[in-house]
Ligand binder design. Structure first.
Ligand code: SAM
Length: 249
């Protein structure tokens, strides 16, 4: 994925969108949450205002606030005409019109920028990549990924998806990912092999319909939970447990 700011398209979602499309309840929000590929979303900022504990990780955070701001403006000029042109690919209920969407997205990104510049926020916004998460085992209760995995299946292959989710399951007990479809009509579909892979390992994997539907067809969240896997490992003799941790099948 891009390391250069010019290649990152910044178009970001709010706290309300996150809780709807990731199906986060009040009790989920009370837990320790890691938001990976969180970009210029206002989830972290709005979560903090409500007293929740969220850490965000994205390669974007190695850039300065003014560099990110410039890229937000550029991205908007790039994306907005595409949305107007492909208006029929979306369901206009959460957002009333492309204009409403644009204003909403710009407000979200302004909230992020205002939060990102504050010194204390540096502990909440970590520059990093999903391939190499700088956290200890089980540092978080829930790891969430919005609009990154599955969405960029045309550029990120199946191995990348499996390795990324494995990394997330190392640092958190549960992983939630939205959406489950690619952003191109002919994007490869990795959802079934991903589900099969983690089910074979003994994880609890389910798809849940959510109360958010903007891009047509994108109204489901993937939830992978390690509780059952841990039970299975605990029930085995030590040698067998070690090989289960190491072996993918
Ligand atoms: C479409 S944006 C989604 C932003 C936010 N999650 C949202 O839904 O509004 C995709 C994000 O993935 C980030 N990204 C790209 N490569 C990444 C990587 N290797 N690890 C983690 N994040 C990455 C980009 O910087 C960008 O912020």
């Amino acid at each position: 994925m891009p390391l250069c700011l010019d290649e990152i398209v910044i178009w970001s979602r709010s706290f309300d969108e996150y809780i709807n499309f990731l199906d986060l309840s009040e009790s989920d929000l009370q837990k320790k949450i890691l938001a990976v590929a969180d970009g210029a979303s206002s989830f972290n900022c709005e979560a903090r205002q409500r007293g929740y504990n969220v850490t965000s990780l994205d390669p974007l955070y190695k850039f300065s606030q003014s560099e990110i701001k410039k890229q937000i403006i550029k991205s908007c000029e790039q994306i907005y005409p595409q949305i107007v042109k492909n208006k029929n690919d979306y369901i206009w209920s959460y957002f009333k019109s492309p204009d409403h969407l644009k204003k909403y997205r710009m407000d979200v990104m302004k909230n992020f920028l205002d939060d990102f510049i504050q010194a204390e926020s540096m502990e909440r916004y970590i520059a990093g990549e999903i391939q190499d998460l700088p956290f200890k085992k089980r540092s978080f209760d829930i790891a969430i990924v919005s609009n990154f995995l599955f969405l960029y299946s045309d550029r990120l292959d199946l191995n990348f998806h499996i390795e990324s989710i494995t990394n997330l399951l190392y640092v958190a007990n549960e992983v939630r990912i939205f959406p489950l479809q690619g952003n191109l009509k002919n994007s490869p579909k990795y959802i079934t092999p991903v589900i099969n892979y983690f089910r074979r390992l003994g994880f609890s994997v389910r798809i849940k319909k959510v109360n958010y539907h903007f891009t047509k067809g994108a109204n489901k969240v993937l939830i992978i939970n390690k509780a059952r896997y841990e039970e299975r490992v605990r029930a085995l003799p030590l040698d067998a447990s070690i090989s289960l941790y190491l072996s993918p099948s």
